[in-house]
Structures are given as C-alpha cells and as structure tokens.
Design a protein around this ligand. Structure first.
Ligand code: HEC
Length: 142
C-alpha cells in the first residue's frame, strides 16, 4: 500500500467511525469522535457547555465535565445513559420538547438504514451510547 492509499484508508476508517458504523477495531477513540461529531456543537469541544449553538437555545447546554461532581462523586452512568437515549425522558422542556436531541431514536433510525444492523438496532444504539459514556467519564473534573 503506498502512502496516499494508506492515508485514504485511514480517512475512510475515521469517516466510518464518525458516521457511526463500527470500523475495524483500532486505537481510534470512538467516544471522542462521537462526542465531537454530535455533542460539541452545543456542549462545546471541551464539554464545558459553550458550543456554538448555545446562543440559539432556551436552556444552556450542561457542563458535561462536572457530572460526577454534581451527582455525588461517582460518574452517574445510568442517569447519563437515560438522558442521552432520551426515549424514556419525562422532561419535556419549557416548550413542550426537550432541546437536546433524542439520541436513542436518532441512532436507531441510522441502524435501520444499515443492512447489517437493521435486525438488531438496539445493539447499535447501545454501542454508540456506551462509547459516549466511556468518553464522558474520562473528561470529568476531579
Ligand atoms: C442541540 C443542542 C444539544 C446537542 C447537540 C446535545 N445536547 Fe446534551 N443537552 C442540551 C441541553 C440544552 C441540555 C440541558 C438540559 C435540557 O435541555 O433538558 C443538555 C443536557 C445534557 C445532559 C444532562 C446533563 C446534566 O447535567 O444532567 C447530558 C448527559 C447531555 N446533554 C449529553 C449529550 C451528549 C452525549 C450529546 C451528544 C450525543 C449531546 N448532549 C448533544 C443540548 C444539546
């Protein structure tokens, strides 16, 4: 493989990861790629809640680096999972819908478009949320 082929293969692998299909096992940080692709616009690249869409939202996006601190010291896995998934959320927000996208539905819709995933869409949803939880747990302030 020459250098430009190699670069193209790397780019393809990254694009697949960012687009959500499971790329070959690699050292790529899927949680981080996922966060930067889908969450940073509101929560900011550092997760501090200062993304570029902040100005257009009624509610300020949460600081996602202080979750452990705010929820008693340990990373609140289940709560964060439920908030990200959103399908069981009872918080309908000030205008009748929460401002944060319902990622469980969004990921499921994507899974249904991939022939290899469509039969088990919830595995795919779970994989993407777990990658995000792993990343968020790593960016908590002490
Ligand atoms: C369109 C803007 C937007 C995007 C994109 C977005 N969020 Fe949010 N998020 C919010 C807002 C606003 C809140 C504040 C609470 C609310 O609206 O109900 C929030 C709240 C949260 C919370 C609750 C934090 C707490 O303090 O309890 C978590 C966890 C979270 N977001 C994770 C994510 C993750 C992970 C992604 C990417 C997959 C994401 N968000 C993408 C706007 C967004």
């Amino acid at each position: 493989m020459n250098l430009s082929n190699q670069a193209a293969a790397t780019l393809l692998a990254l694009t697949c990861a960012a687009g959500g299909t499971w790329a070959q096992p690699s050292s790529a940080d899927l949680g981080r790629i996922e966060f930067e692709a889908n969450c940073a616009s509101c929560h900011g690249v550092t997760g501090k809640g200062d993304g570029r869409l902040k100005a257009f939202l009624t509610k300020a996006p949460s600081d996602l680096t202080t979750l452990s601190k705010r929820y008693g010291g340990a990373f609140p896995n289940q709560l964060v999972w439920e908030v990200i998934d959103g399908r069981t959320s009872t918080d309908i927000g000030p205008h009748g819908n929460r401002e944060m996208p319902v990622w469980g539905s969004a990921f499921r819709t994507q899974a249904l478009q991939y022939p290899g995933m469509a039969a088990q869409p919830e595995w795919y949803v779970r994989g993407r949320i777990v990658a995000l939880l792993d990343y968020l747990a790593r960016i908590q302030v002490k």
